[in-house]
Design a protein around this ligand. Structure first.
Ligand code: 6PG
Length: 264
């Protein structure tokens, strides 16, 4: 994680190989996440000429997305080398307020000085399975162009629901045990609409996964996900064997984490 002057108010810990970073407030958590995105793109472009990034939806990342539309991120990130995907999408039109792509377009995409090298929204249709298949084909096509037969995102940004879901992987969903498909149609969540989500096959194949979680409504879920032994919640099963996982939390989302986590 990049260093900055605010480090004295920050608490950091590593638990079972998972980095946990607690920022003093939401603004600091959003900025820390934007910095990780900038750093990841910089090193991916240096090493491979482009960066494959998947972002999530919901309300939490919107403040971070808005940061990306402003200096130093709007100009300081090689957007023309970035291929942008979504971890999940609600199957509504891009003009609908629940559209994750629509929100990202409003929050930063439409105001970037250079458009991303590749924009890969989930194909929206009334047939969730067809949308999921087409999205998988799109992901395969992209990684084939990177001479890869499997999806290896440089960075996947995830959120956390109060029920422990992440992307649109909801507790009890049959998609949690998907062994083959990279994307799948699901129903549920808030709003309760048909969705397409990336499956664990893709999420656990990433080089880097970062959870951005803020607010006290998430404190109980954060505690369960980061301290409970048994991986019963969907977010607990994000453990890329060849990648890293980090959590960027604000103080309120971290408020139920045991102090002992940070005492080393
Ligand atoms: C979605 C998200 C979802 C989100 C959580 C948290 O499209 O709904 O990808 O996984 O990250 O539901 O949502 P909030 O940030 O709105 O609390």
């Amino acid at each position: 994680m990049p260093d900055d002057p605010g480090s004295r108010d920050r608490r950091e810990a590593v638990r079972k190989g998972v980095e946990i970073r607690v920022e003093p407030d939401e603004a600091a958590a959003l900025q820390a996440t934007a910095e990780v995105l900038r750093e990841t793109v910089r090193s991916a472009v240096t090493n491979a000429g482009c960066a494959s990034i998947a972002i999530s939806g919901g309300s939490t990342p919107r403040g971070m997305h808005r940061l990306l539309s402003r200096p130093p991120y709007a100009e300081g990130i090689s957007w023309d080398r970035v291929h942008l995907f979504w971890t999940d999408e609600r199957l509504v039109s891009h003009e609908h307020p629940a559209s994750n792509f629509g929100a990202a377009r409003t929050d930063f995409l439409q105001s970037l000085p250079r458009s991303p090298g590749g924009l890969h929204p989930v194909p929206v249709s009334s047939d969730g399975d067809a949308s999921a298949r087409r999205y998988e084909e799109e992901i395969r096509r992209h990684f084939h162009q990177r001479h890869l037969d499997e999806p290896v995102f440089d960075l996947i940004l995830l959120g956390l629901g109060a029920d422990g879901h992440t992307a649109s992987l909801f507790p009890g969903s049959p998609v949690l045990s998907e062994q083959r498909r990279w994307a799948a149609a699901v129903k549920g969540g808030e709003p309760d609409v048909e969705r397409v989500t990336l499956t664990y096959i893709v999420l656990n194949n990433a080089r880097r996964v970062l959870f951005l979680v803020t607010g006290d409504s998430k404190a109980a879920a954060v505690r369960h996900v980061l301290t409970d032994a048994a991986p019963v919640l969907p977010a607990q099963r994000i453990r890329p064997p060849a990648g890293s996982v980090a959590w960027v939390l604000d103080r309120t989302a971290a408020s139920l984490l045991p102090r002992s986590l940070f005492s080393v």
